[in-house]
Design a protein around this ligand. Structure first.
Ligand code: ATP
Length: 326
């Protein structure tokens, strides 16, 4: 028994002899947690187990302290799950859709609560229109409204922004950040690295059913690589002093015509330091730019390259072919 909203211990799922989730463990205390992984990595299988829709083969998990195997009803009372596929009835209005969910959850005064969540998700204006007139972004917000009507402590959201335009994505994320600030623990799956980087407090990268890396996006990025500072100079024949080559936390990693590239521990400290040296040595700076490592790079570093996977699968296919012919 644990107090954290989501605690997962050695969770496994096998489909016959195929291991879809391989002894996954993690704890989530608060905020937005993103599960990232290529297609078929095991993300949905984990979400289905945590939401009690699929039985684990072994291992266990606790949601709000409740055992997903022994107390599935208690778990369901404190969570909401928004799947990837649209779960909005086009024949009903937005209000009717949310009211239906409120009734299913057995909420006593549904009208009040429905108004509250419609307002929270900025849907009041269009609440009495049929949802076949809604945009994709509005439908996704309506699904979120449906999920929030019974005030869940933990929200599972599969691919929250898939297929939406930039403005709708930003809006969904701003609602999720607000919910997280109010104390709802949010578990999302996504393929959008830039969004996970910007909006998730912690992420886990999963491949072939096991967790390859788990941390805050900034820690994962800084473990992978350091920022690169590129300084371009006006006179491409400038003489560059050797001085800064040996400074701790700054190392020269490239020099092309008129440009020097440094890998630095801290770009905020390195830039003024390097500029000062250049100015003191009479070198005129044309521009300074910083390239931070991205979560995309972290992701690619942690998953098996498609080529290797293809070779492995081709090997398996070949073995099966040989077996069939015997
Ligand atoms: N009911 C099932 N029976 C057999 N295999 C399954 C079943 N459900 C999932 N799998 C397999 O388990 C693996 C993980 O699937 P899962 O749907 O969890 O991946 P995912 O990371 O969610 O992928 P995507 O990003 O494409 O949604 C896949 O190889 C999938 O084919």
């Amino acid at each position: 028994m644990t107090d954290v909203p989501i605690a997962v211990y050695g969770l496994c799922k096998r489909f016959r002899d195929f291991v879809a989730v391989d002894s996954v463990s993690f704890e989530i205390e608060s905020g937005i947690f993103g599960l990232l992984g290529p297609n078929g990595a095991g993300k949905s299988t984990i979400v289905l187990m945590l939401t009690t829709l699929l039985k684990p083969t072994s291992g266990n998990a606790f949601i709000c302290g409740y055992d997903i195997k022994k107390e599935p009803v208690k778990v369901r009372e404190c969570i909401s799950y928004v799947p990837q596929d649209l779960a909005v009835d086009d024949k009903l209005t937005g209000r009717e859709n949310v009211t239906m969910f409120a009734r299913l959850y057995g909420i006593r005064d549904p009208a009040k609560k429905v108004n509250e969540v419609l307002d929270l998700l900025e849907l009041t204006d269009k609440a009495d229109m049929r949802t076949n007139t809604y945009s994709g972004g509005m439908k996704r917000r309506l699904e979120l409204a449906q999920a929030l009507v019974h005030e869940p402590k933990v929200l599972f959201f599969d691919e929250p922004t898939v297929g939406l335009d930039v403005a709708s994505r930003t809006r969904i994320w701003s609602h999720l950040r607000k919910l997280a600030a109010e104390g709802v623990t949010i578990f999302i799956t996504t393929h959008y690295m830039d969004e996970a980087d910007m909006f998730c407090d912690r992420v886990a990268i999963i491949d072939h059913g096991s967790i390859k890396a788990i941390d805050s996006p900034s820690n994962l990025k800084s473990k992978l690589s350091k920022p690169i500072v590129t300084i371009k100079v006006q006179d491409t024949n400038s003489f560059f002093p050797d001085l800064y080559y040996d400074v701790e936390g700054i190392s020269l990693v490239g020099s092309e015509a008129g440009a020097l590239r440094f890998m630095v521990d801290n770009d905020q400290q390195a830039i003024p330091y390097l500029s000062e040296i250049m100015i003191k040595n009479g070198i005129k700076i044309a521009s300074i730019s910083v390239q931070q490592p991205t979560l995309n790079e972290v992701f690619l570093k942690n998953i098996e390259p498609v080529e290797e996977m293809w070779n492995k699968n081709a090997g398996l296919r070949f073995k099966r072919m040989v077996r069939r012919r015997k």
